[in-house]
Design a protein around this ligand. Structure first.
Ligand code: G1P
Ligand code: ZN
Length: 549
């Protein structure tokens, strides 16, 4: 039911509000257009109504974002639309802040109908940079594609939205106010998340690590994890003040690209290679769902990080003491976790790129720990990936095993072999050319098996298709895979989150028993021969990738 006092405001549809891999992401100025946010949010509510929730008067909505430019203003707009649409309760994080994993935790813990997150994740922030909006459903995870496609359909025909008039809410002070039929509560964005973490981890045990002199540098990249890391790692675990660097959330992330990889967190990488380097380096992205783990002079590849967490979790982290129901990775992610799972007889699932595919497995109790090569790791405690959780998992393992990061990583390679892995991104490509290249290659995939590539023989080539084992839904065209007889893999797919032109992501993996070879040398033949198949020089006019991770 629409609240009696709410106004019905005429609007015109936009044609470009189709959510991608992780919500609607665009240049900030696009969001600043008249009624752009209003239309999208009303389309979400209209979709909810169409899918059976007619009346919001007993429902709770959670609202927050990563603090980037336009976060605060957008929150005031959405509060009015949510109240106009008659939500009984609207929770908003203090300061308009809620990390992506904390949003998932709040929705689940408080049985909310869903949440609206304002973030463009690891993309830069500012009026000339990126903004984003995403709807998370009742299980705490991103809305599935069937739902986001309906939002898109609604957004293309919308002609009105509902809004309740009231003065801007003071979002910097915790407390509740009633407007119309809604109660708006400004909540502590840390509380639910910390409560979930304290049930998984034994903070007391972990604090002994710091008492023994362990040194960590946590780079929040001026994103949202600063407030979470200071509270948990510095205050609760007793790491020394200053462990969290770049911990204050800035609207433009200090002009940085808040993406925790070796390119964008180069400062941290440098710190970890100095002679006085701490024992561990960690970084998270703007909205807190991604993470990077570093040892002294050692980059832990996300696929290895996932596999190592899965390898030690049941013995080192109390929350997983009962063992893992299953593990999962996205298709391009290295196969390191597959080998860990195989050894312990744990089911291992391979899903398309994007966190939403893990949600179904988790809701069905099939998967405990999962991750992606794109610096995303997480578990079934929520339905988003979780950067701070990954850092805490490493700390718990380090505390229990009393070994260094290097010893853990090398021990893993020794026991399971090493996946030499790299991702090359070609950004800002002309969309048509990129799509044509993929279409042409797709058309000839079936003729590839048997041919020689990089000194090996192609044994399989396809465009990855996934049938969800829980609901049977089929996702096709999820990435070109070329697999060689020695297990090497070349994967190419177009990004679903880029905001300018097209981005081609190429993934290379080679598995060897030895762990000490230079990665460039190991992957060079795969990289060179794939450039031809994907016509990277000839059609896409690129000599070098934009970013290598
Ligand atoms: C990228 C990553 C993917 C991740 C997504 C959201 O998507 O590759 O693993 O889930 O961001 O963080 P892509 O741009 O490749 O579609
Ligand atoms: Zn993110």
């Amino acid at each position: 039911m629409i609240h009696a006092a709410s106004r019905t405001i005429d609007t015109k549809p936009y044609s470009d509000q189709r959510p991608g891999t992780s919500g609607l992401r665009k240049k900030t100025r696009i969001f600043l257009q008249p009624n752009y946010i209003e239309n999208f949010v009303q389309s979400v509510f209209d979709t909810l109504r169409e899918t059976g929730i007619q009346d919001f008067s007993r429902e709770m909505l959670v609202l927050g974002g990563d603090g980037r430019f336009y976060n605060r203003a957008a929150i005031q707009i959405i509060l009015k639309i949510a109240a106009g649409n008659g939500f009984e309760q609207i929770l908003v994080g203090r300061g308009g802040l809620v990390s992506t994993p904390a949003m998932s935790a709040i929705i689940r813990r408080r049985s909310a109908l869903g949440g609206i997150l304002l973030t463009a994740s690891h993309n830069p922030g500012g009026i000339e940079a990126d903004f984003g909006i995403k709807y998370n459903i009742q299980n705490g995870g991103p809305a599935p594609e069937s739902f986001t496609e309906r939002i898109f359909a609604k957004s293309r025909e919308i002609n009105r939205f509902y809004s309740l008039d009231f003065p801007d809410i003071d979002i910097d002070r915790e407390g509740s106010v009633s407007v119309g039929g809604s109660q708006i509560s400004v909540i502590n964005p840390l509380e639910d998340y910390i409560s979930v973490m304290s049930r998984i981890f034994d903070f007391n045990n972990m604090s002994e690590l710091f008492q023994r002199g362990f040194r960590l540098v946590f780079d929040a990249m001026h994103g949202i994890t600063g407030i979470y890391a200071r509270e948990i790692i510095e205050k609760k675990l007793g790491a020394s003040p200053g462990t969290v660097i770049r911990g204050n959330a800035l609207v433009d992330f200090g002009g940085l690209h808040p993406d925790p990889n070796q390119v964008h967190a180069a400062n941290l990488v440098r710190m970890m290679s100095s002679s006085s380097a701490p024992d561990m380096g960690a970084a998270c992205d703007g909205d807190g769902d991604r993470n990077m783990i570093l040892g002294r002079n050692l980059f832990v590849s996300p696929g290895d990080s996932l596999a190592i967490i899965a390898q030690h979790a049941s013995e080192c982290i109390p929350g997983y003491g009962a063992g893992l129901a299953g593990v999962a990775r996205s298709m391009p992610t290295s196969t390191a976790i597959d080998r860990v799972a195989a050894e312990s007889g744990t089911p291992c699932y391979e899903t398309p790129t994007g966190w939403k595919f893990f949600g179904n497995l988790m809701d069905d109790g099939r998967c405990t720990i999962c991750g992606e090569e794109s610096f995303g790791t997480g578990s079934d405690h929520i339905r988003e990936k979780d950067g701070v959780w990954a850092v805490l998992s490493w700390l718990a393992i380090l505390a229990a095993r009393r070994r260094s990061i290097e010893e853990l990583v090398k021990g893993h390679w020794q026991a399971y072999g090493r996946s030499y892995f790299q991702r090359h991104d070609y950004e800002g490509l002309e969309s048509r050319a990129a799509n044509e290249v993929i279409d042409e290659l797709r058309a000839k995939l079936s003729s590839l098996p048997g041919s020689v590539l990089a000194g090996g023989k192609i044994i399989a080539a396809d465009d990855f298709q996934y049938t969800d084992p829980v609901d049977g839904s089929v996702s096709s065209q999820q990435g070109i895979r070329i697999i060689l007889n020695d297990g090497s893999r070349i994967i190419g797919r177009l990004s679903g989150t880029g905001t300018v032109g097209a981005t081609l992501r190429m993934y290379y993996e080679r598995v060897l028993n030895r762990g000490d070879e230079p990665i460039q040398k190991m992957l060079k033949p795969l990289i060179e021969s794939s450039c031809e198949y994907f016509q990277i020089r000839s059609r896409l006019n690129r000599e070098q990738p934009t970013v290598i991770t």
